[in-house]
Design a binder for this molecule. Structure first.
Ligand code: MN3
Length: 261
């Protein structure tokens, strides 16, 4: 009886027995179990090096990340970054290479392929789109991103949308309203003006016959694989956080090239 009371007391204070009778040994494990559920730290997630990710041989290759998986953690956790870059983007790239293997389009740029795409070609549509879209997504994010655009891009944004905040609101709405998987886009339309829209799956505004058409300059992935580990069903929170890492200098480069076409 005394030992039982002593055991309860010691469990409650977090101490363990050092006297080793058989009876105490049994109760000691209960004590340790209690400690284990309250004191063990979560396991640290280890991630690899993005520079180690290489596509199989073919005309299309991964564009190297200009930052580490853990460098965007104010918006995207490193585990999501690693899976997204080293599994999804790599998978689209390898499957695109397979889809063009032995065909004359293997010598074309991805932009040419997508602009002239036969939309009934599922393998080329999904993997060509996936390759182009993810290349743009990873290239337009940076640990030094965020803030607001400057220069000609800022002028065009103000002219078209009224303000940067109005553009941000439209992009967030486009991403939030896209049912299921897809992308929100800032793109230059056929009239040379900025426009916001969204597409399903891995489609993008370069592809023919969609309800939006033009040259993308910023693509926001709203597939669940882009945010689910950190944000679960809160797509709006992911979209909002993304604006802290958008590399507007890169988007401005994309804009300058798009309007020069
Ligand atoms: Mn994705």
């Amino acid at each position: 009886m005394f030992m039982k009371k002593l055991f309860i007391l010691m469990c409650a204070t977090g101490l363990t027995f050092s006297v080793a009778t058989a009876k105490e040994g049994k109760k000691k494990s209960c004590c340790q179990k209690k400690a284990a559920t309250t004191c063990v730290k979560p396991t640290e997630v280890k991630v690899g090096n993005p520079a180690d990710v290489k596509a199989a041989s073919g005309p299309f290759q991964i564009e190297n990340l200009q930052y580490g998986y853990a460098d965007l953690e104010k918006a995207i956790d490193k585990e999501t970054m690693e899976i997204h870059f080293s599994k999804h983007y790599l998978g689209y790239t390898n499957n695109l290479n397979k889809a063009v293997e032995g065909k004359s389009i293997a010598n074309q740029s991805i932009e040419e392929i997508l602009k002239n795409l036969d939309m009934s070609n599922g393998a080329l549509r999904n993997n060509g789109g996936g390759f182009y879209n993810h290349r743009m997504y990873f290239a337009t994010m940076s640990p030094n991103g965020g803030g607001t655009p400057t220069g000609k891009l800022a002028e065009a944004i103000n002219q078209t949308f009224g303000s940067f905040d109005a553009l941000k609101k439209q992009l967030e709405e486009a991403g939030a309203k896209r049912f299921g998987s897809g992308w929100a886009w800032l793109f230059v339309n056929k009239q040379g003006k900025l426009q916001v829209g969204s597409t399903a799956n891995q489609d993008n505004p370069l592809m023919p016959g969609l309800d939006i058409s033009g040259t993308p300059i910023l693509g926001i992935d709203v597939w669940e694989h882009a945010y689910y580990l950190k944000y679960q069903n809160k797509r709006n929170a992911y979209l909002d956080a993304l604006f802290s890492i958008v590399d507007w200098n890169k988007v401005a480069d994309n804009y300058a090239k798009a309007i020069a076409q």
